[in-house]
Design a protein around this ligand. Sequence first.
Ligand SMILES: Nc1ncnc2c1ncn2[C@@H]1O[C@H](COP(=O)(O)OP(=O)(O)O)[C@@H](O)[C@H]1O
Ligand SMILES: [Mg+2]
Length: 309
Amino acid sequence: MDIRIDQLTKRFGPQTAVDAITFTVRTGEVLGFLGPNGAGKSTTMKMICGLLAPDRGTIEVGGRSVLDDPGSVRRHIGYLPENNPLYEDMPVLDFLRFTAKVQGVDRGRTDERIREMVDVCGLDPEKHKRIGELSKGYRQRVGLAQAMVHDPEVLILDEPTSGLDPNQIVEIRELIKEVGRAKTVIFSTHILPEVEATCDRILIINKGRIVADGSPEQLRQQAQGKALLRVRIEDGASDAVQKALGVLPGVTLADVVVGAQDRFDLQCEAPDGVAREVFRLCVDRGWTLTELRSMGSSLEDVFRDLTLN
Ligand SMILES: Nc1ncnc2c1ncn2[C@@H]1O[C@H](COP(=O)(O)OP(=O)(O)O)[C@@H](O)[C@H]1O
Ligand SMILES: [Mg+2]
């Protein structure tokens, strides 16, 4: 079930929290919605779920407009809100029964769905406890179970791993990957490694605007002029080699690697073309080229560049 968002805009007083964003998510895609705090992630997600009215723009889920037909769209969406508010006093199983009813699960299928959610979300050891007695990791699992109990085609998960310890984060990530295979998933985070590990596609949002959209690989490539090529050239004087590398076509900067006089990092736009130039240079000068590899450019750099202003 595809999600299509066009020119979506939300203002709070004078502030534009979400500013004319447009994107599509396809079935089976896990989209990471990445951005610093206050970027507009939660606001966007609430609008997709029909819980907040946009000022402008359209949202379609499976070809149906969320604005015109919120009731029928909501049946196809599972939502894990930020901070995952839960009924502290309710035992896990009672809570899941209650949410199944709210989400319109057939009474005849409720037991089966709850068993499945307990199983999929690994809730068995804690299922008789009250929610208030659960650890943060288990509360998140209950939140996910709650979001999936009606077997929605679309999952909207707002910071599902926030507040979890590293082991719990890995577990929840695996769970999202697993359930994400057959569903359309958007999940938000302000932590970059999170999306690299889980998502097919990353959307970076900053100050209500989309500033990048692509696979982790594409975003790395988008760091223009930031690609790094590491070369090691033996039997040439370090100064002479550095100078010759620095003036090669496509190289914007040639640095000697600290502590290694025969190694150089070349900043360039298109590392493939530059690699050829480096090889030819070494042949011309009779230098020995013993290392030539693309260091890529870290997503960390891309994210910082796009959101630091
Ligand atoms: N109900 C609200 N009233 C006023 N401002 C809001 C409200 N909800 C969110 N905002 C503001 O909109 C901006 C985006 O918020 P939010 O969508 O929660 O960001 P994120 O989830 O990316 O951290 C923030 O500046 C926030 O303060
Ligand atoms: Mg948020």
